[in-house]
Design a protein around this ligand. Structure first.
Ligand SMILES: [Ca+2]
Ligand SMILES: [Ca+2]
Ligand SMILES: [Ca+2]
Length: 409
């Protein structure tokens, strides 16, 4: 048989690179293609199908083509196929890809995906670089974006210039703290100077009210809160601050001369103040010292026994927290002789009963404060001692100023 000439260009090209030829007779009437050998024969619906392979001149490869014909018979049926994509007989556009098929070809649209995209099922899909290269692209966080990705950093870090690494933010440069700031890796810490505390917002320093926080033992008298610290204060008059800054000490007005006592008065310093005392001697007495008056004369024996022979002034100062009963004064004859006996009493100044007397022995009497004096207060008590010596009474009077002052502070 003979191939029709119009078929020859179609089989002129091959798309196969190796062939194995069966030992079957040559078909010499296809000379133009150098060689054509049947490779395989099979029966098909009573037909014998022969596959021929043609060598081509242009390419040392084979092109398969099948012929079908009857045995015996005088005609054959051409049912081969041609690769239109190779023979450039396709009609695909320049941006389309020709795909050979049995009996024809299809044109596939050439889809070129831009970088960051990949073709999947005919569409360009974004590549998730963060999933594809986990932990390799970004130092901290990787965020996929359409067509690309973006590195990001957690709070406290900023993206470095390389777009990959994260650098600690120096937050303190922007003065976020109301007082002191310490930069730390990935964060920062505010802290406060002494006397301040950091509020819950972590940024603001607030003065510590030391006075309200301590249980009243910072200052002896009064605590005054000041920003960043506290101060102790003393009463406005009569006291000065001690060198320890906590306690108040009495000002000795008598010693420093800041009192206002007259020349005839005696200044007596007490806790928190001073007193101007007058030691006047009554009629019929003469002054024998700064604190003592002596009787000049007595008109009769009776009066000599009851009028004090001597009046002596004393000043005592106690604080309101004195533990009672407290022995505050002792009195006795001087000199004393055996056989002496005394009687002690408080004829004046004890109307409210704060004081009492007791005889310790025949020669000694004592004065007690036996009731608590709650507020600072001045007393002037007369303590009378009657001395019985050799059958005769002699009276002595101790005139005692008792100043109950505020507790030291
Ligand atoms: Ca930092
Ligand atoms: Ca304070
Ligand atoms: Ca004083």
């Amino acid at each position: 048989f003979q191939l029709s000439p119009e078929l020859l260009p179609l089989i002129n090209l091959a798309n196969r690179r190796s062939c194995q030829f069966a030992t079957v007779p040559e078909l010499k009437n296809v000379k133009q293609n150098a060689l054509c050998v049947p490779r395989l024969m099979e029966t098909h619906n009573g037909l014998c199908r022969v596959f021929f392979f043609f060598y081509t001149a242009v390419s040392p490869a084979c092109f398969s083509i099948s012929f079908s014909f009857f045995i015996p018979g005088s005609f054959f049926h051409f049912c081969g196929y041609v690769n239109e994509c190779v023979t450039n007989t396709h009609t695909c556009q320049a941006d389309e890809r020709c795909v050979n098929t049995v009996g024809g070809f299809v044109c596939e649209r050439q889809i070129l995906c831009s970088s960051g995209y990949q073709l999947r099922n005919g569409v360009c899909e974004d590549v998730n670089e963060c999933w594809r290269y986990p932990g390799r692209l970004c130092a901290q966080a990787c965020d996929n974006t359409p067509g690309s990705y973006q590195c990001s950093c957690t709070t406290g870090f900023s993206l470095a210039f390389d777009g990959k690494n994260c650098e600690d933010v120096s937050e303190c440069d922007n003065n976020p703290c109301s007082q002191e700031c310490a930069n730390i890796y990935g964060s920062y810490q505010c802290y406060c100077r002494m006397g301040y505390y950091l509020k819950e917002d972590g940024h603001t320093c607030e003065d510590i009210d030391e006075c309200s926080q301590s249980i009243g033992n910072l200052c002896a008298f009064q605590c005054v809160n000041v920003p960043g610290s506290y101060k102790c204060a003393c009463p406005p008059h009569g006291y000065s601050m001690s060198s320890n800054g906590r306690t108040c000490q009495d000002i000795d007005e008598c010693a420093i001369g800041s009192h206002n006592c007259s020349a005839s008065q005696t200044c007596f310093n007490i806790q928190g103040g001073f007193r101007c005392l007058s030691f006047a001697c009554p009629d019929n007495y003469r002054r024998v010292s700064d604190i003592r008056c002596e009787r000049v004369s007595c008109p009769n024996f009776q009066q000599c026994q009851t009028m004090p022979l001597r009046i002596t002034y004393y000043q005592l100062s106690f604080q309101t927290n004195i533990v009672i009963p407290a022995q505050i004064f002792r009195i006795g004859p001087s000199p004393a002789y055996s056989g002496d006996n005394i009687i002690i009493s408080i004829p004046h100044g004890n109307e409210e009963g704060y004081f009492s007397t007791r005889k310790l022995n025949s020669l000694t009497g004592a004065v007690y404060l036996h009731r608590q004096v709650r507020e600072p207060r001045d007393f002037l008590i007369d303590v009378e001692m009657k001395l019985l010596r050799q059958g005769t009474f002699t009276t002595f009077l101790a005139r005692i100023y008792v100043f109950i002052t505020a507790n030291s502070m």
